[in-house]
Design a protein around this ligand. Structure first.
Ligand code: HEM
Length: 395
């Protein structure tokens, strides 16, 4: 459907990968979530470092430093997320870090190109080769991963205990006695797929959140009060800030990246239990996340943005968390394939938002400019939209 065969190195769409899904569930939802509080201090260090790097690149204006929202939050999310995956040392290498940023962009560009190029082009690797400079970023990542998950595992220069908390280390530990996995290259390929899943959505959600926040100085002030001093912010506290969680969830509810969700391809003809619809083999079905997330029975005044919707509302949505999987909030998909990395996404997004909002007043450089564009069922932020960050007197 999206040409993953080339962009993820021969990825097979038709594979019913229960072994892989189970592994990813254990890696991310069980072991990964347990490790998050332990890895949190390293994430804090990285988010501070990355914010300093980004603001140093900005344009100085009388009101503060002006930065492009998309590339700022994309880089910050990638830098923080990469500590979870690969530790501090590997992810600090500029060539590797650049490849981690480039690969998801390459993939999204290829998906777009595959939709519009004739099938004889997209069926070969021609389009992929041109867009990705012969898969340069993918090659850099796969080579490094195959090394640290294979012959270089014992000599990998990441410090303990961080090394043993990374997803790269744990995916190879979890598979060491399984015959399903054909060595480090197969594992590297799988982890690259997880990296794509992890890298392309959080930043877009972050961009929409920054766009919302830029127009709401009162919410910025309320969030600052809720967050308190950054040096007192523990993992548990950050994950349980009600307004921050509600603000994120409300933004994502109204601005999901895709108006469709839970895409499933029928490998054989299938008829739904109600007797219809009938789905022929090879067809793809999906649910409308747009309809589910604007259902007025569940979300009163569904088209109105309410920062505190999940804190104050009288509806059933009250107290539901951003990371909850539900048929009324299809952003994470649904059922056994629902996103196993949602807690990782949530912590990375919350760290980026908390560190920006606690330090800066945020506003748009041009409040009248268009900020997002749509293509098919997708909505994306413009690359050119800038915010201005004005440093607060005290943090
Ligand atoms: C805001 C960020 C994210 C969103 C909105 C998101 C959303 C999704 C969705 C909709 C699916 C498909 C679920 C289905 O078909 O029912 C999915 C799958 C997946 N996501 Fe995420 N995701 C995000 C971040 C992450 C992160 C950070 C990771 C890893 C750390 C991750 C790892 C995965 C994996 C491995 C799968 C495939 C699961 C499987 O096939 O068994 N995602 N995600």
């Amino acid at each position: 459907m999206f040409g993953f065969k080339h962009t993820l190195n021969n990825f097979n769409h038709d594979e019913v990968a229960q072994v892989k899904s189970r592994l990813l569930g254990r890696l991310l939802q069980i072991q990964g979530v347990n490790n998050l509080p332990k890895i949190f201090p390293y994430l804090v260090k990285r988010v501070e470092q990355s914010l300093a790097e980004q603001t140093a690149l900005g344009k100085t204006t009388p009101d503060g430093v002006s930065l492009p929202i998309a590339s700022t939050v994309r880089t910050m999310a990638s830098r923080v997320m990469s500590v979870l995956f690969f530790g501090e040392s590997t992810s600090s290498d500029p060539i590797f870090a650049d490849a981690l940023l480039r690969h998801p962009k390459d993939m999204v560009s290829c998906m777009g190109a595959f939709q519009i190029t004739p099938s004889f082009f997209s069926s070969g690797s021609f389009v992929h080769s041109i867009i990705t400079r012969r898969g340069e970023a993918q090659g850099i990542i796969l080579n490094r991963l195959a090394h640290i998950m294979g012959t270089g595992r014992d000599t990998w220069n990441e410090q303990s205990p961080l090394k043993e908390l990374t997803l790269a280390w744990n995916i190879s530990s979890l598979t060491s006695d399984s015959t399903y996995w054909h060595g480090p290259s197969h594992l590297a390929q799988t982890l690259l797929g997880v990296w794509f899943a992890a890298a392309h959505q959080p930043w877009m959600n972050l961009a929409f959140i920054m766009l919302q926040l830029s127009t709401q100085p009162d919410t910025q002030a309320a969030l600052r009060l809720e967050i308190g001093a950054l040096d007192q912010l523990s993992y548990d506290k950050l994950m349980n800030l009600p307004l921050l969680d509600s603000f994120i969830k409300e933004t994502v509810r109204l601005h999901p990246l895709d108006t469709l969700a839970v895409r499933r391809k029928a490998l054989q003809p299938y008829t739904f239990a109600a007797g219809a619809p009938h789905v022929p083999a090879g067809a793809t079905v999906a649910a409308s996340s747009q309809d589910a997330m604007r259902d007025s029975a569940h979300y009163p005044q569904p088209d109105v943005f309410q920062s505190r919707r999940f804190v104050d509302t009288e509806s059933e949505a009250r107290d539901t968390k951003f990371t909850e999987v539900s048929e009324k909030f299809l952003v994470w998909g649904f059922g056994s394939l629902a996103c196993p990395g949602r807690f990782h996404a949530s912590i990375v997004m919350k760290l980026v938002i908390a560190h920006i909002v606690a330090r800066y007043d945020i506003k748009l450089e041009d409040a009248k400019a268009r900020t997002m564009w749509s293509w098919e069922t997708f909505t994306m932020p413009y690359e050119g939209t800038r915010f201005v960050l004005e440093e607060l007197a005290t943090v």
